[in-house]
Design a protein around this ligand. Structure first.
Ligand code: AMP
Length: 415
């Protein structure tokens, strides 16, 4: 039999990696709470239509990347490729329109059939926020500030940059789309095959084509900025002014259009150069027509999602300080008879305690050192007969015989 393999593009998150994920998720959760975002968890799969309608048939996410299947009842279901559509669906189906405005935070796995490479997986993790019912640019800035706060707290302040652009309101976007198509149509045969398809279906996406010859052709293309309505310009200027006021550095990127159909006005991406080709860490924007497209009441929205796999790749876990790890080891068979009871007492008292097994006493002490235990509790017949245990501080080398209850009280005092 062939060795059992994991599916391409999936990962096993081993304890150290998983610890980073948990740390990042916890930091994001705490910050989201501080900004008033309540946690929501939507299902990992939805009716396929939820994603088709919200992301747009022509987005890469839908046209090539979804995991879609028929369930045993013949329903077409899709594993969620991102979080916003599910939150919007929940907003509609749970009848939350009466409670606007609303702010949500989420964390969980997403699934895209993309070509796997470093920083790009088929099952990956996103945490994100959505602010629903806020029309004004202040909401865009609030979610951006939350993203920046998180990235700074992870130590990325000087390792990533906010790239930002505006797509304008739907009319501005439509006007620009027409101009761009008029410009590119005569050049259609020179475009890359992907961009040729996009020209019919989603021409704005051609702007962020990675193909160098597409980029060359685009040099003389009309600029999106020139098609913006006055309102759209004012909206964007307010966003930029507030970012400046709040000291959040940014770089204008007129080519940033984002892959999904539902965006309007502000679109943004915090990017890094540290992860090779997959440099987007946290991306999002405003989506004022998404909920309506899904059949709900017209409700503006703005939010972002961050790729936890990528954040974890860049993140260094902080050194643990004030950590207490107690190694429990028996010096003889009387000690062995007590070790589980002592361990249980320590653990019930809230300590991280590990049983050291195997080899003679000297070997056990070496193992305790290797574990980086701060203390060793040594169980031997002589002390146990007097209801005592031997506690050794492995830092100072100091050793005392004390009742276990006293040891626990002393260790508690040191924490
Ligand atoms: P998107 O939903 O495409 O805007 O992506 C939001 C964030 O999720 C990006 O900024 C990335 O950090 C992350 N991301 C997107 N696709 C993947 C993937 N296939 N593997 C890992 N992270 C991803």
């Amino acid at each position: 039999m062939n060795k059992v393999q994991k599916v391409r593009g999936t990962r096993d998150l081993l304890p150290i990696e998983k610890m980073k994920f948990r740390f990042i998720e916890q930091s994001a959760y705490e910050k989201a709470q501080r900004y008033g975002f309540g946690e929501i968890e939507t299902p990992i799969f939805e009716f396929s239509e939820v994603f088709h309608r919200s992301l747009g048939e022509t987005s890469d996410a839908i046209s090539k990347e979804t995991y879609t299947f028929l369930d045993r009842g013949g329903e077409s279901l899709t594993l969620r490729p991102e979080g916003t559509a599910g939150v919007a669906r929940a907003f509609i189906s749970e009848g939350m329109a009466q409670n606007l405005p609303l702010k949500f935070y989420y964390y969980g796995p997403m699934f895209r059939y993309e070509r796997p490479q470093k920083g790009r997986y088929r099952q990956f993790y996103q945490l994100g926020v959505e602010a629903l019912g806020f029309e004004t640019p202040s909401a865009d800035v609030e979610v951006l500030d939350l993203g920046w706060n998180l990235l700074k707290s992870l130590g990325f302040e000087n390792r990533c940059i906010l790239e930002i652009n505006t797509l304008g309101d739907p009319e501005s976007r439509k006007k620009y789309r027409e101009q761009l198509v008029a410009f590119l149509l005569p050049l259609k045969n020179e475009l890359s095959p992907d961009s040729q398809i996009r020209l019919d279906k989603n021409p704005l996406r051609i702007l962020d084509s990675k193909d160098p010859s597409d980029q060359k052709l685009l040099e003389g293309a009309p600029q999106l900025e020139a098609s913006l309505s006055t309102e759209s310009k004012v909206f964007f200027e307010k966003v930029l002014k507030s970012l400046t006021d709040l000291g959040i550095p940014f770089k204008l990127n007129p080519k940033l259009v984002r892959g999904l159909d539902y965006y309007c006005h502000t679109v943004f991406e915090f990017t890094t150069t540290e992860l090779g080709a997959q440099g987007a860490l946290l991306s999002g924007g405003r989506y004022d027509s998404l909920i309506e497209t899904l059949g709900g009441p017209k409700t503006p929205g703005v939010g972002w999602a961050a790729g936890v796999d990528r954040l974890a790749e860049m993140f260094q876990l902080p050194e643990e300080t004030n950590r207490t790890l107690i190694a429990v080891l028996a010096a003889d068979s009387a000690g062995e008879a007590e070790e589980l009871k002592v361990l249980q007492k320590l653990r019930y008292a809230g300590f991280h305690a590990e049983l050291i097994l195997g080899g003679n006493f000297g070997k056990k002490m070496k193992k305790a050192d290797k574990l980086k235990a701060t203390h060793a509790i040594i169980l031997g017949e002589t002390e146990l007969n007097q209801n005592l245990v031997s506690i050794k501080n492995l830092g100072s080398g100091e050793q005392q015989n004390l009742p276990l209850s006293q040891v626990i009280a002393d260790l508690r005092g040191q924490r």
